[in-house]
Design a protein around this ligand. Structure first.
Ligand SMILES: *[C@@H]1O[C@H](CO)[C@@H](O)[C@H](O)[C@H]1NC(C)=O
Ligand SMILES: *[C@@H]1O[C@H](CO)[C@@H](O)[C@H](O)[C@H]1NC(C)=O
Ligand SMILES: *[C@@H]1O[C@H](CO)[C@@H](O)[C@H](O)[C@H]1NC(C)=O
Ligand SMILES: *[C@@H]1O[C@H](CO)[C@@H](O)[C@H](O)[C@H]1NC(C)=O
Ligand SMILES: [Cu+2]
Length: 234
């Protein structure tokens, strides 16, 4: 059931990212060379783990479920050309596709957020052994399964598999999130700095772009186009 939803959405990525690519990233015309451009995270070393963002244009983190001791630095590698830009945005098990807001009553800080990125790296430090849940905030990516975890329980209710299933169940009902750039914060895992360029200049913007339409307007347009059956990118 959940997987059929995921596959149905995955079947229309070219339509999806042609339209959603405008969110924070300017016009994006997918090509085979874009799809072939994979970020290349280096191998893990002691105390430092690496995660590819959208390898080969797939709407996923790879690996998407890691176990990392306290003090581990985890670096996310954003591709230059992609079906994005993408983000790594902290969420919660209960709300997989929603940024983890600061909680004034508990004094908990806000989650980390790379903001929408291309050709950068973004690194967090694992500060305790509690689960860290995250997703990509690009429109509809979370609902297509672009989520991940660090130190998720291996059994019980709050497993990574359950988190992935919950995100996939949201599917195209995912709410559009705003992008105000990086949030250098985090709960259980804390961003160590703003995103850092990872590719030669000229190959991609290292920061998130300005939105030319409000996110909700963009989504309405997208939904209108889909509903009307117009294939303006075909
Ligand atoms: C990462 O967090 C651990 C635990 O709080 C701390 O001891 C360590 O200094 C931090 N490392 C960095 C690079 O911030
Ligand atoms: C904020 O913290 C309070 C106290 O710990 C907790 O009861 C509440 O559920 C938290 N709210 C959110 C949105 O996490
Ligand atoms: C469940 O996970 C906990 C740690 O998360 C572990 O201590 C326990 O042994 C696990 N139980 C089973 C049955 O695997
Ligand atoms: C997530 O990682 C844990 C710990 O390595 C593993 O036990 C579990 O099978 C993984 N879950 C999935 C869905 O890959
Ligand atoms: Cu994404």
């Amino acid at each position: 059931m959940i997987f059929s939803t995921f596959l149905a959405l995955s079947a229309i990525p070219s339509l999806a990212y042609a339209q959603y690519g405008g969110y924070g990233g300017g016009p994006t015309t997918p090509t085979s060379s874009a799809a072939a451009s994979a970020p290349s995270a280096p191998a893990d070393t002691a105390g430092h783990m690496n995660i590819n963002v959208a390898p080969n244009g797939q709407f996923m983190f790879s690996p998407n479920n890691i176990t990392a001791p306290v003090g581990t630095l985890v670096t996310f590698w954003f591709p230059t050309l992609n079906n994005g830009p993408h983000s790594v945005t902290q969420s919660s098990f209960a709300d997989p596709c929603t940024f983890l807001q600061a909680n004034s009553s508990s004094n908990a800080p806000a989650g980390f957020d790379s903001g929408l990125q291309s050709a950068t790296t973004f690194t967090i430090n694992v500060t305790d052994d509690q689960p860290i849940w995250f997703h990509c905030k690009q429109i509809l990516h979370c609902g297509m399964g672009m989520v991940g975890s660090i130190n998720a329980p291996t059994n019980g209710t709050n497993t990574f598999q359950a988190f992935l299933s919950a995100a996939s169940a949201i599917g195209s009902n995912e709410k559009t999130e705003t992008d105000n750039g990086p949030v250098i914060s985090g709960v259980h895992g804390v961003a160590v700095s703003s995103p850092t360029p990872s590719a030669p200049s000229g190959s991609g913007s290292g920061s998130s772009g300005a939105l030319t339409l409000s996110a909700s307007t963009s989504l309405s347009i997208v939904l209108g186009i889909v509903a009307g059956g117009a294939m303006i990118f075909a």
